[in-house]
Design a protein around this ligand. Structure first.
Ligand code: FEO
Length: 160
């Protein structure tokens, strides 16, 4: 038994999406670093590397299930940000999109009764809940401290 073609296609797209996520986090990390937000940069670097492991996991699972991953062009991530709030607003919005992508895979698995991919994707569905919560939490910190104390925000991320 081999992976369904439609599911393979979504997993293939998800490899691209996860690589885009990695680049987005790393691009934001780079901006933070040059703008002296060292804590935020460290947090974003770490998260960017984690996104790459997601891309690997999707590819390895598809291959193990007889699927093929064909690499696609990865869209260019944002490289310029108005301020630190824009960085974390963009990240939060992006994580909402990834959640929708993973949920779509889970829904298709249910439609097509694909238990193997459904089991695989559950880990990422659960992880997205955590990632969206973290993204919102970071925005909440920013809202709480307002402009007067970006230093505390940066230190908070450095300690994570
Ligand atoms: Fe791999 Fe943040 O999604």
């Amino acid at each position: 038994m081999k992976i369904n073609e439609k599911i393979n296609e979504l997993l293939n797209n998800q490899v691209t999406n996860e690589l885009f996520s990695a680049n987005l986090y790393l691009s934001a990390a780079s901006w933070c670093k040059v703008n002296h937000f060292n804590g935020a940069a460290a947090w974003l670097y770490k998260h960017g590397k984690e996104e790459r492991t997601h891309a690997d996991a999707f590819m390895e699972f598809a291959n193990e299930y007889g699927g093929c991953i064909t690499f696609q062009p990865i869209p260019k991530p944002a490289t310029e940000f108005k301020d630190i709030r824009q960085v974390f607003t963009l990240i939060a919005g992006h994580e909402d999109k990834v959640t929708a992508q993973n949920n779509r895979i889970a829904e298709l698995c249910l439609e097509l009764k694909d238990q193997n991919t459904y089991t695989f994707i559950q880990k990422y569905v659960a992880e997205q809940l955590e990632e969206m919560a973290t993204a919102r939490e970071n925005l909440d910190y920013l809202a709480l401290i307002e402009d007067c104390d970006l230093f505390l925000f940066d230190r908070e991320l450095n300690s994570k």
